[in-house]
Design a protein around this ligand. Sequence first.
Ligand code: GLY
Length: 316
Amino acid sequence: MKRALLLVHGGAGDIPVERVQPKLDGVRNAVKEGYRVLIDPGKSVIDAVEVAVRIMEDDEAFNAGRGSVLNLDGEVEMDAIIMEGKKMKIGSVAAVKNVSHPISLARLVMENTQHVMLAGSGANKFAAEMGVPTVSPDWLVTDYARETLEMCRRSGDLGTYITELGASIGEVGTVGAVAIDSNGHLAMATSTGGTCGKMPGRVGDTPIPGSGGYCDDSAGAVSATGHGESIMRHCVAHGIIQKMKLGESAQIATQQVLDAMAEQTGESAGAITISKDGEIGIYFNSRRMAWAYQQGDDIHSGIDHGDDFIEKAKCP
Ligand code: GLY
């Protein structure tokens, strides 16, 4: 019997100090809600990662769901992936509009289609067929996201990967969760609005299996965050899984893959990992990354390098 564990992140980047507390509050809130689901005998490990990510999609402190960054046309286009490690089933959506919880749409793709990924108008058509409520494009757009796009335009940083990055330029964060249940079954979920000022139709690492996330009960589960084009080039999530299959610990595997990516591309990223044995890997070569995990009634969290804040939760 394994000890159930849920680990979440709220995005790697150059997070300005005034955004530190909202992100820490957000990841702690998500991990507590997700963990309650994880230890509920009537729920599954997939339910747990979905709930944790949905909570962060609802939280404007993060670049996912409402509060996502805007593309060049001033619109929200979102990417998400969910995967379970037993049958290695995957659902993902790319460049989807007008839904509040892309992660739940990704799960519907996994459970109700013969495909892995649906993109753009096809993803929205499927959402309508599945009865997913539509939200207006304006509902997803926050003042902060509008100001961020204007700052990107003024700075000339359009499409140059301002997502979780940039202290003065609207830092926000991709969100993700990985979990293991008491039977050793693993799942992962990642969701993002992508990069500020991206070209309409740009798809980042998040929905790509092996880049923004991967999960295999014989090795572990990973959710990645950061510079999407670099994460895709290095297949970061799959790279971490492969290293664990070769015997590396979750922490060392995560660190080695992210540092190799940063050295070759000059860009930064982060990832959270759980091994099949329930070991944790948390690493980022950006300035900050919000993270939190819960096991039993211990909740750990942090955002700066070296942080490990510990609090007690009441388990039902
Ligand atoms: N890592 C999120 C993105 O680049 O879209």
